[in-house]
Design a protein around this ligand. Structure first.
Ligand code: ARG
Length: 464
């Protein structure tokens, strides 16, 4: 078993099963690239500050690169007895180059090291999530462009409410994801900050240059307070929160996909590539991907709540509890990335059953508001019109008809000013067309909305 990096003041070693409980190497090896990157920046700065010689620094850097390479080739087995990624890499370094490897940790602690790794990792992954959001938004925009004229029932309380453009419904998700993008980008201001050089908590007596490591690592800012640098996990909470909002948006959309693909609705048909079958019922095609995404929000929410509880009441500065910040974040990141990619593929390959949507919207009372609006055009106050239409709807229900089938004589019985043009007025696509208020579902308003959305998409890369 390897000697502990901190073994000096100990007379005994923990047993292997105690080491296993303490260790984080089985999950924090995810951070190897960031760990090596942070160490290289540190070693570079140590040489510039004459804390290490150029030769020592160069040897350390090239060996770190070799270790990173060998790890990715599967040539290195890390050990639980060496606890975490930081001590495993350092152990391997010393094994390869001898005592000079032990100079790397000068003016540094695992506390600022792990914080540096996590900031680098979170920044990289958040940028990837932003890319995935962008890709999915493009898909949604394309779908919307094809379906400005497709009319579908709009719902409130999952009851047919008013006819809407399918594009308008889809664009709702575009804007939700647009807010998600913005939220992730805004959080970068707090993620993109260098804790390196804070050491254990109080800074260091060596003449280090934190500004140099900040620049070398590409961080936008520097923690002003060394205790804050090693204690702060807010950016992880914030990232988990942002991931959760995206997951909740996806889960709402997933619920609609599941409903839309049901036999009852048949609004869309999912592609075979994004559906699964049943082991007993041969006819079945299940929306498993959408259901899984809806289900995974439970996990990601758990990770957020778990970290909040871990941090609650923690005194400054580093506490081992903080090791618990990793698995949840790693899992939430993989989950949201996977969900975004799957959703994108599922939406890009689904078929929108426009005829079915068109037919559906004619078999309901979702044009009842139109009838009321028609009466308003005749000078009748809206409240009165509402009452008249309510009675007409009741009459139609009792006679098993929809409003387009009600005879003119019956209309005129309810109000003398209703004329034959009512049938045109009640057509669902006419109803949609009339809604031209800003941001409304009218086809022209939706075309304008799509234009605005495109300018937002185009701006993503310029202000990233
Ligand atoms: N594995 C630890 C973590 O993930 C690294 C920091 C440990 N620092 C310490 N002083 N024990 O939080």
């Amino acid at each position: 078993m390897s000697k502990k990096a901190w073994g000096g003041r100990f007379e005994e070693k923990p047993e292997a099963w105690v080491d296993a409980f303490n260790a984080s190497i089985h999950f924090d090896q995810t951070l190897i690239d960031e760990d090596v990157q942070g160490s290289i920046a540190h070693a570079t700065m140590l040489a510039h500050q004459h804390i290490l010689t150029e030769a020592e620094s160069a040897l350390i850097i090239e060996t770190l690169q070799a270790i990173q390479h060998d790890f990715h080739e599967g040539k290195i087995e890390f050990q639980a007895a060496l606890e975490d990624i930081h001590l495993n890499v350092e152990h391997e370094l010393i094994k390869r180059i001898g005592p000079v490897g032990g100079k790397l940790h000068t003016g540094r602690s695992r506390n600022d090291q792990v914080a540096t790794d996590m900031h680098l990792y979170t920044k990289k992954e958040v940028q990837t999530i932003i890319e995935y959001l962008h890709t999915f938004q493009q898909t949604l925009l394309q779908l919307a462009e094809q379906h400005v004229e497709t009319i579908m029932p709009g719902y409130t309380h999952l009851q047919r409410a008013q006819p809407i453009s399918f594009a308008h419904h889809i664009m709702t998700y575009f804007w939700m994801l647009e807010r998600d993008q913005t939220r992730f980008k805004e959080a970068l201001a707090r993620i993109d900050v260098s804790p390196l050089g804070a050491a254990a908590l109080s800074g260091t007596t060596y003449p280090i240059d934190r500004h140099e490591t900040q620049t070398l690592l590409g961080f936008n800012a520097l923690y002003e307070n060394s205790i804050d640098a090693v204690s702060d996990r807010d950016y992880i909470v914030e990232t988990l929160n942002n991931i959760n909002l995206t997951m909740i948006h996806l889960s709402r959309f997933a619920e609609e996909i599941i409903f839309w693909s049901s036999e009852e609705a048949k609004f869309i048909t999912l592609s075979d590539g994004f559906s699964t079958g049943s082991s007993i019922m041969p006819q079945k095609k299940n929306p498993d991907m959408a259901e899984l995404i809806r289900g995974k929000v439970g996990r990601t929410t758990g990770h957020l709540v778990s970290l909040l509880m871990t941090l609650k009441g923690l005194p400054l500065a580093y506490n081992k509890d903080m090791q618990e910040d990793k698995e949840g974040l790693f899992d939430a990141i993989e989950t949201v990335k996977g969900s975004l990619r799957i959703f994108d593929g599922m939406v890009a390959t689904m078929t929108v059953n426009t005829d079915r949507l068109q037919e559906t919207v004619r078999q309901d009372f979702s044009n009842a508001t139109e009838l009321a609006d028609y009466l308003v055009t005749k000078g009748i106050p809206f409240r009165e019109a509402h009452e008249i239409v309510g009675k007409l709807v009741l009459w139609a229900i009792q006679h098993e008809m929809y409003l387009l089938d009600v005879p003119l004589a019956v209309y005129q019985d309810h109000h003398a000013q209703i004329e034959a043009d009512i049938y045109q007025y009640l057509q669902p696509d006419e109803a949609v067309k009339r809604r031209q208020s800003y941001g409304a579902t009218g086809q022209d308003a939706v075309r304008h909305q799509i234009k605005v959305a495109k300018t937002h998409l185009a701006q993503h890369h310029t202000n990233a």
